[in-house]
Ligand binder design. Structure first.
Ligand code: CU
Ligand code: ZN
Length: 503
């Protein structure tokens, strides 16, 4: 607390500031009063209740995870360690079409993996979800997208393979309106998942138009990241143009060896749309493997014809990450079941689902390192983890994304500069999602900050030991309070619900 003698509650002294704009770094002390940055410059001779010596360190805005699936996790594990220990101070949840409302549909769909402690009561719509965040107060801030899959399931029940009626579209649109009024930052789809993949461009645009009225983001896990990549990015752009939403291509990638290199053409689609004045960007996690539901692998024919959204993958490329019913299977490749049961890959996968239920997640090796670098270096790409921190062998991106970019891709390989990387992690997502007062370092904004050592920062999460925090992330501050200090979580619960455009 600020006593009458001290000018500031906290000063970070002697660091090099990367302000989130992408501009050159500069030496400055950072003075914090309450939840705000109140001074930036030389603060020698000025006292504070608390000080941290950050000489030799980089001081950056707190990282904003543009692509999070921690919708329920921030409530069940409010320290959100896999995020907070890598410097993330804000997550944007509700991605890939999986929304948090209506509650019963959301909870039923996501199942026990995302179960909540008894003290967290069911919420009423998006307004209720955001109010619950403010009540529970996780360690970091939370912004939310309205998810299409959940709304479609709610509107259409078991009859998903047909177009929705006008009443059903109105039902979905009504929930988008509720969400956007409550402060959601946009609308998301997951078009390789059921039921989203049964929807047409027109249906999506009709529902997204409500979000467009608020200048919301249309964030899409596009229909096809493989042979149909270019057409699928074009579809997302068309939805943006029809609806008035800005566009975010989720986890931009080219999946499957036959399609490597086609990322050049999907980047060109994004560039062309931007030249027409359309705000189209993307997010990315820095790995050559992805992670998704095993059910989606089968629904998209990835083990057989390969013409679906994931392209063609072999049994040896698929590893069980999370299988809550049979945890001893986690870490095994699909190829090992093919061998053990002497079954074709798709039958082995189906047998796993039959025996263990639908909530099985896998890691899939399907990207090219050159494509990963091209996407990262492109000015339209920002960073998001897409982390799913469940089971014993989840994808390491949930722990390693930010330190991996800062260590491997910035320091070791020089794919992007440090100020560029920080911009992609902070100012760029803050501006895109209209997170007012976040993502930048300047006087008057919220004191969400991360202090890391550019010389040592690196990821340590591996496929074998995925739940390993990175090195070199020293301090993390949310709304003026350290949540991580000297690499140790303080268990401070100071996060807030972030409502679009509102401070
Ligand atoms: Cu996702
Ligand atoms: Zn996705």
């Amino acid at each position: 607390m600020n006593t009458s003698h001290d000018k500031f509650d906290l000063i970070l002294r002697g660091g090099t500031v990367y302000d989130g704009s992408g501009g050159d770094p500069f030496a400055a002390d950072v003075g914090i009063t309450g939840d705000r940055i109140t001074a930036l410059g030389v603060l020698s001779g000025v006292t504070a209740s608390d000080e941290i010596d950050v000489s030799g360190m980089a001081v950056s805005p707190g990282f904003i995870d543009a692509h999070s699936h921690d919708d329920f996790h921030v409530l069940s594990s409010p320290d959100v360690e896999h995020n907070t220990m890598q410097g993330i101070t804000t997550v944007v949840v509700g991605n890939c079409g999986f929304g948090v409302a209506p509650y019963d549909t959301a909870a039923g769909r996501l199942g026990e993996l995302f179960s909540l402690p008894p003290e967290v009561k069911p919420w009423d719509g998006y307004a209720g979800y955001l109010a619950t965040i403010d009540q529970v107060k996780p360690s970091l801030n939370v912004a939310v997208l309205v998810g299409h899959n959940t709304l479609r399931l709610d509107a259409m029940g078991d009859n998903q393979e047909v177009p929705p009626s006008i009443d059903q579209v109105t039902h979905m649109a009504g929930w988008v309106a509720e969400g956007m009024e409550a402060g959601a930052v946009g609308f998301s789809t997951g078009l390789i998942y059921e039921p989203g993949r049964f929807s047409t461009t027109d249906e999506i645009a009709a529902v997204a138009t409500v979000a467009g009225g608020y200048r919301g983001v249309y964030a899409s896990h596009i229909r096809n990241e493989a042979g149909g990549l270019v057409a699928a990015v074009e579809e997302a752009v068309i939805v943006g143009e029809m609806s008035g939403c800005t566009v975010q291509i989720s986890h931009h990638k080219a999946s499957g060896g036959d399609n490597w290199g086609s990322i050049e053409r999907s980047l060109a689609v994004i560039e062309a749309a931007r030249e027409r004045g359309k705000d189209v960007t993307a997010d990315q996690y820095p790995y050559t493997s992805g992670s998704t539901r095993l059910a989606a692998v089968l629904q998209n024919g990835a083990l057989t014809h390969g013409s679906g959204g994931l392209g063609r993958v072999g049994a040896e490329d698929v590893v069980l990450a999370t299988c809550s019913e049979r945890t001893e299977l986690e870490g095994r490749s699909l190829a090992s079941f093919v061998e053990e049961w002497d079954l074709p890959a798709e039958d082995a996968a189906q047998k796993i689902l039959d025996e263990t239920g639908d909530n099985v997640y896998v890691v899939i090796f399907m990207m090219d390192e050159g494509d990963v670098r091209r996407v990262m270096a492109h000015p339209t790409t920002m960073i998001g983890t897409d982390g799913i921190p469940a089971g014993s062998k989840p994808h390491p991106r949930a722990w390693g994304t930010y330190p991996r970019i800062l260590g491997k891709y910035v320091r070791e390989e020089g794919v992007i500069t440090l100020q560029d990387a920080v911009h992609k992690m902070t100012g760029m997502p803050a501006d895109k999602f209209q997170l007012a007062g976040r993502g930048h370092i300047k006087e008057g904004v919220f004191a969400d900050l991360v202090v890391f050592d550019p010389a040592t920062v690196i990821d340590r999460a591996t496929y074998e030991e995925p739940k390993t925090p990175g090195a070199g992330i020293h301090h993390s501050i949310v709304n003026g309070t350290p949540i991580v200090r000297d690499g140790v979580h303080s268990h401070a619960r100071v996060g807030r619900a972030l409502r679009r455009g509102r401070e």
